[in-house]
Write a new protein. Structure first.
Length: 293
């Protein structure tokens, strides 16, 4: 039996660092934020260097690289130089199809199932499109790292999320590809006999899956996906009611201005990373308070 997790509580005396999804600019924002926190030293840097990681979509890619030993500074440098450029071409028709599926249900799971059906019907991209994209983004990282890492994807048929980890019996590449498989744009990814889509379709952070952690820092490039889903702040509030200390950080007004409205606009990646690096300095106290709780 494949041992993936589905909402299992993981007890941890440390801090869980949640890296949300958000396409090319979400990845750039995460890289800048991680580098900014790391550069400050102290507790913020410790969270980046050693916290347990929970990654979704773009956050799964950066989480895998970070957990495998790539420094936050290196991830940031690569964004500035365009070395990790993600050219995700999304047509107007695909955008409309995504929104039609996402907004066509009143429930979060129903919305995710509709997106799953849309992904299963994709014929405009090869079956391994998501894997091919992820191979380049992971660099030479292929094995599950020793640092605790969980990668979230959504079952295309049931609409339920699952968190893959080193004990799941699947490869890291398959787990990250499943987490990045944007419905309508890319086909679903088959892993262990089931088909999976982007982990961000019903929660851009999936921080609810950090239940059981005492301290949680959430980096959310996109606070909420389109559709009837909870925001990152609402999921964090639920964790807090369970006794966790939680900080959620999303792009602020200045950073959003730099990013623009198209999260797939890779031309803005370097500027977004710089804005996020600057923004990180404004959240050092928040991260430190959570990590020391």
């Amino acid at each position: 039996m494949v041992g993936w997790e589905r909402g299992r509580k993981v007890r941890d005396d440390g801090t869980t660092l949640v890296l949300g999804g958000g396409g090319p600019l979400g990845a750039a924002w995460l890289a800048g934020m991680l580098a900014g926190l790391a550069a400050a030293g102290g507790r913020a840097a410790e969270v980046v260097a050693s916290g347990r990681l929970l990654g979704t979509s773009a956050g799964a890619v950066l989480g895998a690289r970070l957990a495998a030993g790539t420094s936050a500074v290196e991830l940031y440098r690569r964004q500035l130089e365009g070395a990790d450029r993600i050219d995700l071409t999304v047509t107007a028709r695909q955008s409309a199809g995504f929104l039609w599926a996402a907004l066509g249900s009143r429930t979060s799971q129903g919305s995710a199932r509709r997106l799953g059906r849309a992904a299963l019907a994709v014929r405009s991209a090869p079956p391994y499109a998501a894997r091919d994209a992820v191979v380049g983004l992971l660099g030479d990282v292929r094995a599950w790292p020793d640092r605790p890492l969980r990668v979230v994807a959504v079952d295309a048929r049931t609409g339920e999320p699952a968190a893959f980890d080193a004990a799941s019996g699947v490869t890291l590449l398959d787990a990250v590809a499943a987490s990045c498989a944007v419905p309508v744009v890319w086909p679903a990814v088959t892993v262990a006999g089931r088909q999976w889509i982007d982990g961000g379709v019903r929660s851009t952070t999936n921080c609810a899956l950090a239940g059981g952690a005492r301290r949680v820092v959430v980096l959310a490039p996109v606070p909420k996906p389109p559709g009837p889903h909870r925001t990152a702040a609402e999921e964090a509030a639920a964790l807090a009611r369970g006794g966790a200390r939680v900080t959620v950080i999303s792009p602020d007004r200045e950073t959003r201005r730099v990013m623009g409205r198209n999260m797939a606009d890779a031309a803005r990646a370097a500027a977004t990373a710089r804005a996020a690096h600057a923004q990180a300095t404004r959240h050092l106290a928040d991260v430190a308070r959570t990590a020391d709780a």
